[in-house]
Write a protein that binds this ligand. Structure first.
Ligand code: NAD
Ligand code: UDP
Length: 313
């Protein structure tokens, strides 16, 4: 296999750190570019000794001049709490960041993969969501900085593809969890596990009847690698997620069942504005084009994530 120079933006974040580790294991040279806004060097500490790994503190809203063969564009805060902290910068990260990374891909003739999201479907009226569904997003709501930024990034990827013949790959990632999530990340899986381990009450927003489909990070990384390696004429977008759908209340109960010593109860808090009511990926395209399907069951993935957090709290 050819040894490639691969840029991972957002490589110090939750998903990016797993991806960097996996690409190094495949024998590639990895350049991780990250502003450390939500990511942390702790996630990649063990990689600093590896001579094929390089870390660059860089904000992708600024241009970057490096030589690379492939780019995985993951830089963007993903937790609603963090992407709403500086919403203007979130949109800039998706839009200016995409322009900068696509420009870099064009100059270096690199193949480039965009970490898009199920959020492009917004609060969907079609269930489960296939790639052909155009979505239902509130353009002026608090989630729009993320959702519309990611939608515009997809537009830019396809226009660079049509206009400049760039080799693009777009994956729409559904809720993903696992080790290396930040304890204060704010997303539901890490929140519930951290609360249960600290014996704090579990915060359910709304009635907990809204659904999500949770994918373990190892399955996602396999899907991203398969997508990057797929034939040039397959651009996506392709859904990468686990179709197992659960209500948020079921997730809370599952976490408590897996941490039996926890003294936590359930508390109900207001539902955030525009919180999608249901989400489940239709993964027929990924199965057909990539031969990919998730393998890790929710219970097994949660146990691994609990084992990660337990000694750290
Ligand atoms: P994360 O917040 O842990 O990681 C994002 C990383 O990007 C962090 O290391 C952060 O410091 C970095 N970053 C943010 N803005 C930056 C900028 N302007 N320049 C350089 N670096 C910047 O989140 P994650 O869950 O690992 O998400 C990674 C990618 O996957 C994101 O693009 C996200 O939108 C996408 N995604 C994630 C999920 C999920 O469930 N985890 C779902 C859909 C899409
Ligand atoms: N949620 C919750 N309690 C929490 C965090 C989140 O009930 O402490 C809910 C949230 O309202 C949403 C779902 O869990 O309905 C998933 O939220 P997350 O922030 O993980 O991701 P989203 O899919 O909304 O981007």
């Amino acid at each position: 296999m050819k040894r490639l120079k691969i840029l991972v933006t957002g490589g110090a974040g939750f998903i990016g750190s797993h991806l960097c580790r996996r690409l190094l294991a495949e024998g590639h040279d990895v350049l991780c570019a990250d502003s450390l806004f939500t990511g942390s060097k702790d996630n990649i500490l063990d990689l600093f000794d590896n001579k094929r790994f390089e870390f660059l503190r860089h904000d992708i809203t600024e241009p970057l001049t490096v030589e690379v063969d492939q780019i995985y564009n993951l830089a963007c805060p993903a937790s609603p709490v963090h992407y709403q902290f500086n919403p203007v910068h979130t949109t800039k990260t998706s839009v200016h960041g995409a322009i900068n990374m696509l420009g870099l891909a064009r100059r270096t003739k690199a193949r480039i993969l965009q970490a898009s999201t199920s959020e492009v479907y917004g609060d969907p009226e079609v269930h489960p969501q296939p790639e052909g569904y155009w979505g239902r997003v509130n353009t002026i709501g608090p989630r729009a900085c993320y959702d519309e930024g990611k939608r515009c990034a997809e537009t830019l990827f396809f226009d660079y593809h049509r206009q400049h013949r760039l080799e693009i790959k777009v994956v729409r990632i559904f809720n993903t969890y696992g080790p290396n999530m930040h304890p204060n990340d704010g997303r539901v899986v890490s929140n519930f596990i951290v609360q249960a381990l600290r014996n704090n009450d579990i915060t359910i927003y709304g009635k907990g009847a809204q659904t999500r489909s949770f994918q373990y990070v190892d399955d996602l990384v396999e899907g991203m690698l398969a997508m990057m390696a797929s034939p040039a004429d397959f651009t996506g977008p392709v859904n990468i997620g686990n179709p197992g759908e659960f209500t948020i209340k079921q997730l809370a109960e599952k976490v408590l069942e897996l941490i039996p010593e926890s003294k936590s109860g359930l508390v109900y808090k207001p539902l955030p504005q525009d919180d999608p009511r249901q989400r489940q990926p239709d993964i027929r395209l990924a199965r057909e084009k990539l031969g990919w399907a998730p393998k890790v069951k929710l219970e097994d993935g949660l146990l691994k994530t609990i084992a990660y957090f337990r000694p750290r709290l």
